[in-house]
Design a protein around this ligand. Structure first.
Ligand code: NDP
Length: 471
């Protein structure tokens, strides 16, 4: 049984002032594997004070010094790649396939930000003025459980590039992953107080970060509900916010697409990260006159999806992170049937032989109407909704008929046509004919999928405050 009782403040591993504990449960077996001692408001205040003190000197560092720190972080995190994968599979239930990719994203966050920083000018001429882009201050970094260290690394890399210091509050469900990354960051030997990590609950540690006057900005990834709470709280001290929130991303299959390629890819994509991905293409929009063909292809693709132990190389879908998340997904599968959608494959209950963990059957609903709850609400599990459309204009209208706007996907044999459709979709990131990633391209949402952008130049500018000097 592991007992995690360390937080990290001012360059030191400390026992938290808080005494409450949280059980760590392996989602594959539902066995308790450890517990974490949670930090409290006092711990959070101490972390903020350390980051505030460190900011005085860290904000004055040169580009070269920041690059050197990012290189050290990169080296320290790279060394532990296998451990990063292993602990993620065990603690979170992410598949080996996904966790390897996620660990890579965490590691490459540093060189990617170094590249951005090398080409970035902190001083520009605008009109007849000199504009200096200055470090914002202490940043509160609040992250969810579904790719914990990936988010922490990319947000911290950006803060450091901008000369900001940070107080990080990960999800308590990721405590073992946090412990590992804490050790890596410590090894990198950054000046004291530049980064501080406090395990703890959102409504305790997260709320203190949100209200504290010495936090200048919050970079948050998580649900839209929590994002709104943070944004409301942040306004009292006029904090800057970057909010990366939920999604219900459309995947538009145009009538000229190659269905035998596009449909299996669509199913696979919807189940990425066990379906617990904000960018997952969970609404599959298909021409109504091709619905029968799509149903056959989608059912076959889902039946080829292997749900099971996430540590196995060939597993495509592992367990839901928690019992609560399992129940939430089950409830949506029930709602879909009650709403009158056709259950094509999967359904309620656990797959045979996987009764111990939080496993959900790979599920597809077809004949879904876009006004159904399963088409409007983020389920965060392996549940795909197939929605028929009449023509291209109808597909675009359905795609945009959502409160979200994080990502969208388009399949077509005509690139020009796909780009014209992309121009009419309200989403922060649109992939054409494949699921791909560009770590330099801005990432973030339209509408209620968030505020602001991360990654590359757009991400870096969000940690800086422009100051115009008129001479
Ligand atoms: P939550 O919003 O519940 O939690 C995210 C983080 O916020 C956790 O660390 C949580 O702490 C903390 N938190 C909770 N309440 C507060 C509060 N009142 N003040 C400050 N912090 C708080 O999200 P989930 O952990 O459930 O993650 C899933 C969600 O994240 C999905 O909606 C998903 O779409 C979204 N997401 C968005 C991404 C994006 O880039 N747009 C990427 C990945 C996920 P605690 O754990 O203690 O509750």
């Amino acid at each position: 049984m592991k007992k995690i009782h360390q937080i990290y403040i001012n360059g030191e591993f400390l026992t938290p002032h808080g005494t409450e504990t949280f059980d760590l449960i392996n989602p594959t077996t539902n066995q308790k594997i450890g517990e974490v001692v949670l930090g409290d408001e006092e711990d959070t205040k101490a972390a903020i004070a350390a980051a505030k003190e460190a900011f005085k000197t860290f904000s004055k560092t040169t580009k070269e010094e920041r690059i050197a720190y990012l290189e050290k972080l990169h080296a320290a995190v790279s060394k532990r790649e296998n451990d990063l994968v292993k602990v993620m599979v065990e603690e979170y239930g992410g598949t080996l396939q996904f966790c390897k990719m996620s660990a890579q994203n965490a590691i490459t966050a540093f060189p990617t930000m170094i590249e951005t920083l090398r080409n970035f000018n902190f001083e520009k001429t605008v009109g007849h003025s000199k504009v200096r882009l200055e470090s914002l201050g202490v940043v509160g970094i609040i992250t969810p459980w579904n790719a914990s260290n990936g988010f922490i690394c990319s947000k911290l890399a950006t803060a450091i590039a901008a000369g900001c210091t940070a107080v990080i509050k990960p999800s308590e469900m990721s405590a073992q992953q946090t412990q590992l990354i804490m050790k890596c960051f410590h090894e990198a030997g950054l000046p004291k107080g530049v980064f501080n990590i406090v395990n703890g609950l959102g409504n305790v540690v997260g709320a203190e970060i949100t209200r504290h006057k010495d936090i200048a900005k919050i970079s948050f990834t998580g649900s839209t509900v929590t994002g709104k709470t943070i944004a409301k709280g942040a306004i009292d001290t006029m904090k800057r916010v970057t909010l990366e929130l939920g999604g219900k991303s459309p995947n538009i299959i145009l009538d000229d697409a190659n269905l035998s390629e596009a449909i299996p890819l669509a199913v696979f994509g919807a189940y990425m990260n066990n379906g617990q991905a904000c960018i997952a293409p969970t609404r599959l929009l298909v021409p109504e006159n091709k619905l029968d063909e799509v149903n056959i292809l989608a059912k076959a693709a889902a039946q080829n999806i292997k749900v099971g132990n996430p540590a196995n190389e060939d597993t495509n879908v592992g367990p839901m992170v928690s019992q609560k998340q399992f129940e939430r997904v089950q409830n949506y599968i029930k709602i879909g049937q009650e709403e009158g959608a056709t259950l094509l494959v999967g359904g309620e209950g656990k797959p045979e032989g996987l009764e111990d963990g939080n496993f959900v059957k790979a599920t597809i609903f077809t004949n879904v109407r876009n006004d159904m709850r399963i088409a409007q609400e983020e389920i965060f599990g392996p549940v795909l909704s197939i929605i028929p459309y009449k023509n291209e204009a109808d597909a675009i209208a359905i795609a945009n008929d959502t409160t979200y706007g994080l990502a969208a996907y388009i399949s077509s044999s005509n690139k020009e046509r796909a780009e014209k459709v992309a121009a009419q979709i309200d989403a922060g990131r649109i992939c054409i004919n494949k699921f791909t990633h560009d770590p330099q391209a801005p990432f973030g949402g339209f509408k209620q999928s968030g505020i602001g952008r991360e990654f590359g130049v757009y991400g870096l500018e969000a940690y800086l405050e422009p100051k115009a000097i008129l001479e």
